[in-house]
Design a protein around this ligand. Structure first.
Ligand code: FAD
Ligand code: MLT
Ligand code: ZN
Length: 468
């Protein structure tokens, strides 16, 4: 790249805002999974929206492609540059300002580079609750959450990131700023631009700020770990608990016995909560602003579920520490998987009523066509999202990994599509699913997306090679 452009970028963001050395760039050019590694001439770290705007103008003038990046925890390779060495990484990691908390309006306004955990903390300090929650919350940014429309563990009660955002501020590819930071719950003044930028994975503009919804802070939560025999019983247990507890059911996660084995083998301090072994485990959580009868309600629900054959055994956490230990088992799966092998990851969504039949059918199909490969099946059953992964050995040859990945994706995703599901529920398309997308989206839908892309980013400079 032209050293003159780097000099001009430095003039905008200051010397501390440029990352130039190979060693210093290492955490930016490779993703969390260590699956995608590219090259960049420079990582640019603006401090505010005005600087982002100036950076975008310079990149537009010089025809320089831009890869927006938050915490770089994405699972689809969306924040990694390609290996051309031409793509500038625009990192939001110096934009960490909580701009305003409006407790009466139940909103918080933040810079896009604020860590998700810091948004949660700021809400809590104001006596409110920001419900988005995921394993990477200590390192992912709210901008990345918005750009991927992240899901996580509270979607069944509060919805995904799109449903938690009321307004956005976005810098367009030509450097203009769209100030849509409205804290309104009603606003029918035209197209839903906010909804368009959410989930656009850095391909339409740079999200620099957001107004997010806050909720009442729960004063009590109870967590149970439940042993279950079949996928049908897992879904039956979910239905039963939802009918009994309504909105007090705030999490319902599932993992197979194999996932628990992996966590026990690869995450220190992981302890099996039940004596016997069960094919599946559900992590069930109730929370409420009025905590008084929560434990009784959970006990009642689980006792009824056992009587109905929907659960085999269960333990309720007796303290917050025990509850956190149960959550660590669930949240340890990603790390355990990375240590145990090379995962062929899937992030699928199905109508909840079709989940159990899908699992039975996919298990049988993989047992026949890919005999002996361990399935790592876990996910957010409460909202119909499964990570139906397959684990290959750590030393699998690259060519074999590529061949099996393509074959497994085709087998699993075709089954998902037949049942009306999605091949990317919460992680986004990025580089990972870009080519597959065409197989499962109609021509009309692809054409509409391309039209939008061309209209907003005519020079194709925003995150090239991702999503479309
Ligand atoms: P990045 O990885 O930096 O970027 C992701 C995408 O967003 C890229 O395409 C990037 O170009 C774009 N982008 C980032 N910031 C901006 C911006 N300001 N403007 C425009 N585009 C931008 N995800 C879930 O949905 N649910 C989970 O339960 C979940 N659990 C996880 C657990 C672990 C241990 C890990 C490592 C990841 C998990 N993820 C999960 C994936 C990941 O954390 C989310 O996708 C998260 O939203 C990414 O945020 P980030 O700031 O790291 O974004
Ligand atoms: C999860 O639910 O834990 C995540 O989405 C991360 C993963 O799939 O590894
Ligand atoms: Zn997930």
């Amino acid at each position: 790249m032209d050293t003159e452009l780097i000099r001009r970028l430095g003039h905008v963001v200051g010397d501390a805002g440029l990352v130039l050395g190979e060693a210093e760039q290492a955490p930016y050019v490779e993703d969390w999974l260590r699956k995608w590694r590219g090259r960049t001439p420079v990582v640019v770290r603006p401090r505010n929206t005005t600087e982002v705007s100036a950076v975008m103008r310079l990149c537009r003038q010089t025809g320089t492609p831009v890869v927006p990046q938050g915490g770089n925890t994405g699972m689809s390779g969306g924040a990694a540059p390609d290996d051309s060495g031409a793509q500038v990484i625009l990192s939001l990691n110096r934009m960490r300002r909580i701009r305003e908390v409006d407790a009466v309006n139940n909103t918080i306004t933040v810079d896009a580079g604020v860590l998700l955990a810091d948004v949660q903390r700021a809400a809590r300090e104001a006596g409110r609750f920001f419900p988005l929650s995921l394993g990477a919350e200590g390192s992912c940014t709210i901008g990345g959450n918005l750009a991927t429309n992240a899901g996580g563990t509270a979607v069944l009660r509060y919805g995904n990131t799109r449903e938690l955002a009321l307004g956005l501020e976005v810098v367009l590819p030509d450097g203009r700023v769209w100030s849509g930071l409205r804290g309104l719950r009603k606003d029918n003044t035209g197209y839903d631009l906010r909804g368009l930028f959410i989930g656009s994975e850095g391909t339409l503009g740079v999200i620099t700020g957001a107004v997010l919804k806050l909720y009442a802070l729960a004063r009590g939560r109870v967590t149970a770990w439940v042993g279950v025999d079949t996928p049908g019983a897992v879904v039956g247990l979910l239905s039963h608990m939802q009918a009994l507890c309504g909105e007090r059911l705030t999490a319902f996660e599932m993992m197979s016995a194999h996932c628990l084995d992996l966590v026990q083998a690869h995450v220190s301090g992981a302890v099996q909560p039940l004596d016997g072994r069960h094919r599946y485990y559900a992590l069930v959580e109730l929370s409420d602003t009025a905590p008084e009868a929560l434990t009784e309600l959970l006990e009642q629900g689980l006792a009824q579920a056992m009587e109905a054959g929907l659960a085999d055994d269960a333990v309720i956490a007796a303290s917050e520490t025990q509850s956190q230990a149960l959550w660590r088992l669930r949240e340890g799966i990603s790390q355990a998987q990375v240590r145990a092998g090379k995962a062929v990851k899937h992030d699928i969504a199905l109508p909840i009523s079709r989940l159990a039949a899908f699992i039975e059918e996919a298990d049988a199909a993989l047992a026949e066509d890919f005999a002996g490969l361990p399935i790592v099946n876990f996910g957010h059953v409460g909202d119909g999202n499964l990570h139906y992964n397959v684990l290959l050995p750590l030393d699998v040859a690259a060519a074999e990994y590529g061949r099996l990945t393509a074959a497994l994706n085709r087998r699993v995703h075709d089954l998902v599509a037949q049942r009306g599901g999605s091949i990317s529920a919460e992680h986004g398309v990025g580089q990972l699913r870009r080519d597959e997308l065409r197989r499962y989206k109609s021509t009309v839908e692809m054409d509409l997306m391309l039209l939008i892309k061309r209209a907003l980013d005519p020079d194709q400079l925003m995150n090239p090679g991702k999503l479309l």
